[in-house]
Design a protein around this ligand. Structure first.
Ligand code: ARG
Length: 590
């Protein structure tokens, strides 16, 4: 039997089959397969330990019985050994490595093979989701970058992913903005840079309408008109949304993001009465001082800290729209899973929301999707403080991306100047490469750190040509490609027929790393944490460097040459597939 894409889950099934043969499955035997320390093997199964302890047996004897009961095919594919108090180590045999690597030969084939538990499922990913009439600033980077990587990982796992940009396009601020617009709009500025002008008006409007001022009453009147469908105000509001989306799209284009829907808060306006009615009827929500709130008696904090779902004046809020959003996604998109990507400060909101949704859906017998709030830390400078411009303003995302491209261009151009004349690239090529490297560096630096931590922003670190960075990995890709180019070979059709199984320590180490791609993707997807994939790609590039330094690729012996070209090619495919999963654009040359 061929070794399937996901070796760890293949071992898991084999161990479970052996356990049921031994009559241990009903007694709760769990295989506990993990990637092993390379000194011991490729994978290890630790389950014998816990099981033996519970059954009051000798763990080593349990592990040995397990090994004896394993299907013969497993013994064909792996060298097995027992270690310590009862770990089973599995080391892939070179022939099995060769088989796996030969079969997984392209990005489309990896995609086919990787489709797993989420095949046939629909996942809605709510990310980026900025507020309209304002520019995107550096704080908006993480949700967009992490969200896009998660969309790609879920798709890779077989899900149909719906990218939903849940714009903040409703609320009291629009009264103030309309108020300011009607008085002070500068048409020329609006034509030149609409969102800039809206932001200026928004600030003016806020400043001009302090609490208890008559101006504030006027702004509120504009809001009421908008809410009641006044054509002029509705048209203005629509214009604000359109202009904002067009500006956001420029950023999304640079980050390789395309939303399927931009269903902002306003979309749920007419879907709120049902939320109030159902939550009241089921007794989940209650009136409190005129407002509608939900308490969660089983929760230490939320038993007293209410989840507000309708304000005392009858107005909706963030809670109301998010409840309507949840039911819409469950019913209209038939979502099996919902992922919402925002910073950690919204943790309480989503915890209360999800608790409420679960009770509500259970009470009404609606199917409840998996609900995930994916949080991330702040973007800070190397001093640990919030990232600001020198004058202390927030950094506009547009300008940040411009700077990334400029800095990358300086690197690329300098490297290019060192090349001998015939190999030199045109300035246009350098610019294009700089775009991929600069934007990729910003994306990758965000993804490579555990998202729960702050994103410590450092131009020097993210643009470094060594270390766990985009330039390093993009360069690794370009380097593998250059082997093919220099040998006059087409990497789309690598001459790898007759390749023999890996032999040298570096060939073996690289081949083993390639097979672990499946595990890295799996962990990153299950935990919704892309940094696991980043770390893997960094290690893969390292294994490739070790191989390349030790083993000459273009040698005379045809079978050695074929197997080394095979390893080069599969490294290329895996690095590119991995980087694409993270949302990066890969390059032919760098
Ligand atoms: N617009 C919100 C903000 O800027 C994020 C929305 C996230 N999604 C949601 N369904 N609440 O903070």
């Amino acid at each position: 039997m061929d070794l399937p894409f996901h070796v760890a889950s293949h071992l898991d099934s084999a161990l479970r089959a052996a356990a049921s043969q031994l009559g241990w499955a009903d007694r709760g035997f769990q295989p506990e397969v993990r990637v092993a320390d390379p000194a011991h093997g490729d994978f290890q199964a630790n389950g014998a330990l816990a099981f033996a302890k519970r059954e009051k047996q000798n763990p080593r004897a349990v592990a040995q019985q397990m090994v004896d009961a394993l299907d013969a095919s497993v013994k064909d594919q792996f060298d097995l050994s027992l270690a310590g108090p009862g770990f089973i180590n599995f080391r892939l045999k070179p022939a099995a490595l060769l088989g796996w690597i030969t079969r997984h030969d392209s990005e489309p084939h990896l995609r086919e093979a990787a489709a797993g538990e989420r095949r046939g499922q629909t996942w809605v990913v709510d990310y980026s989701s900025p507020n309209t009439a304002k520019q995107m600033h550096v704080g908006h980077l993480r949700s967009a970058v992490i969200g896009e990587a998660l969309c790609r990982l879920l798709t890779f796992n077989g899900a149909t992913v719906i990218r939903d940009n849940h714009l903040g396009d409703w609320g009291t601020q629009f009264g103030k903005l309309i108020y300011a617009y009607k008085r002070w709009v500068d048409e020329a500025a609006l034509a030149a840079d609409a969102i800039e002008e809206l932001e200026r008006l928004y600030k003016l409007g806020t400043a001009a309408t302090p609490d208890d001022s008559p101006a504030l009453d006027e702004a509120r009147a504009e809001l009421v008109k908008l809410q009641n469908g006044d054509p002029e105000n509705v048209a203005l509001w629509k214009k604000f949304s359109d202009v904002s989306l067009a500006a956001f799209q420029q950023i999304y284009d640079r980050l390789g993001i395309r939303f399927d829907h931009n269903l902002g808060e306003s979309f749920y306006n007419d879907k709120l009465t049902r939320v109030y009615a159902e939550l009241s009827d089921t007794g989940i929500a209650q009136e409190s001082e005129g407002a509608l709130v939900v308490f969660h008696p089983e929760h230490p904090r939320f038993k007293t800290q209410p989840f507000l779902i309708r304000k005392a004046d009858g107005a909706s809020n963030y809670g109301s729209t998010d409840l309507a959003t949840a039911v819409y996604r469950a019913e209209h998109f038939k979502a099996d899973g919902i992922v919402i990507v925002t910073d950690f400060r919204q943790a309480d909101h989503f915890e209360q929301l999800f608790l409420t949704v679960r009770k509500w859906f259970a009470a009404k017998s609606y199917r409840t999707p998996e609900l995930h709030h994916v949080t991330f830390g702040a973007v800070t400078g190397e001093d640990g403080k919030a990232l600001k411009t020198r004058s202390g303003d927030v950094i506009r995302l547009k300008l940040l991306l411009d700077e990334a491209e400029e800095r990358a261009y300086a690197l690329v151009a300098a490297k290019n100047a060192e090349r001998p004349e015939p190999e030199r690239m045109s300035d246009g090529e350098c610019r294009d490469i700089a775009r991929a490297v600069g934007i990729g560096a910003v994306q990758y630096a965000d993804l490579a750190q555990n998202r729960s931590s702050n994103y410590v922003f450092s131009w020097d670190k993210m643009l470094a040509l060594d270390g766990n960075t985009a330039p390093y990995l993009l360069y690794a890709v370009a380097r593998v490609r250059s082997i093919f180019r220099k040998a006059g070979l087409d990497p789309a059709q690598p001459p790898v027929a007759g390749a023999t199984a890996p032999e040298t320590p570096q060939e073996l180490a690289l081949a083993r790393k390639l097979v672990q791609f499946a595990d890295a993707v799996q962990v990153a997807t299950d935990q919704l944490r892309p940094h696991f994939l980043c770390l893997y790609l960094f290690e893969l590039a390292g294994a490739y460097s070790g191989f390349y330094a030790a083993d000459k690729v273009i040698v005379d012996d045809p079978s050695v040459r074929a197997r080394r070209l095979l390893l080069c090619h599969r490294t290329l495919v895996t690095l590119e597939t991995g980087l694409h999963l993270l949302g990066l654009r890969t390059l032919e040359r760098m």
